[in-house]
Design a protein around this ligand. Structure first.
Ligand SMILES: *Cc1c(COP(=O)(O)O)cnc(C)c1O
Length: 229
């Protein structure tokens, strides 16, 4: 029987080669996340069968409808903008929330994590290009947010996530790396950062050279989406 998802095998092979090369050049390990928005659960499961161990979800509603069909050998991270009133739907079904950009959201995650007897890993999302259309905390407000979030005992800050502007990407990738290192080596009490989540289909190799150790890949793995986020 022909494999309907053979294109995913091909795509993943290319991605793994490129990530492998960039990882070797930059001297650090890199995790590959499959970004699943608009992708049917069967295609997502095919990627998991090929060894992808990390799924990225953008939309709570879409995740809730696909979740029960997922092969559960992969971990799931929320990477899309998250409204405070939706945290309750995902608190027990994701392993990390990468899109924390306000104290209010952090407080709600902390409250629900505590109520469910867990500690939730989070990343702070930074709007590195200061773009109005994008969520994320402003770079100059990041440190203050990290300090505030570090007081909350049922969340654990693991690093930062960003979606840099498509133009002048070297500048923004470089700025994000700098910001990440600045916070990491400030040794803020209770903060132990080890994840820089940066790089998508069009810039993941470059992002790795700027220190990214988690690349989030949609289109290059699953093909073009029917509709754009
Ligand atoms: C859609 C999306 C991605 C993946 O984008 P591609 O260009 O399709 O690889 C990565 N991160 C976030 C936050 C996204 O919304």
């Amino acid at each position: 029987m022909a494999n309907e998802f053979g294109y995913i095998d091909e795509n993943l092979k290319v991605i793994r080669e490129k990530v492998g090369e960039a990882s070797e050049k930059s001297g650090h390990k890199v995790a590959i996340m499959a970004v699943t928005k608009t992708v049917p659960a069967q295609a997502v499961n095919h990627a998991v069968k090929l060894g992808v161990r990390l799924l990225g979800e953008n939309r709570v509603q879409e995740f809730l409808t696909k979740q029960s069909s997922y092969d559960n050998s992969a971990k799931v991270h929320m990477i899309g903008h998250l409204q405070t009133n939706k945290v309750k739907y995902i608190i027990n079904s994701v392993d990390m929330i990468q899109s924390v950009d306000s104290l209010k959201l952090g407080q709600e995650i902390n409250r629900l994590a505590l109520a469910n007897g867990k500690v939730m890993d989070i990343l702070c999302e930074v709007n590195i290009g200061g773009e109005e259309s994008k969520s994320g905390v402003a770079p100059e407000k990041l440190r203050e947010l990290v300090v505030q979030l570090s007081q909350l005992k049922s969340i654990r800050i693991r690093g930062i996530m960003t979606v840099p502007p498509p133009v002048d990407s070297d500048i923004f990738l470089g700025r994000t790396e700098e910001l990440y290192n600045k916070i990491k080596y400030a040794h803020i009490s209770g903060v132990d950062m080890d994840i820089l989540s940066m790089g998508m289909s069009n810039d993941y190799e470059k992002a790795i050279m700027y220190g990214s150790n988690l690349v989030r890949i949609g289109t290059a793995l699953f093909g073009a989406r029917n509709y754009q986020k």
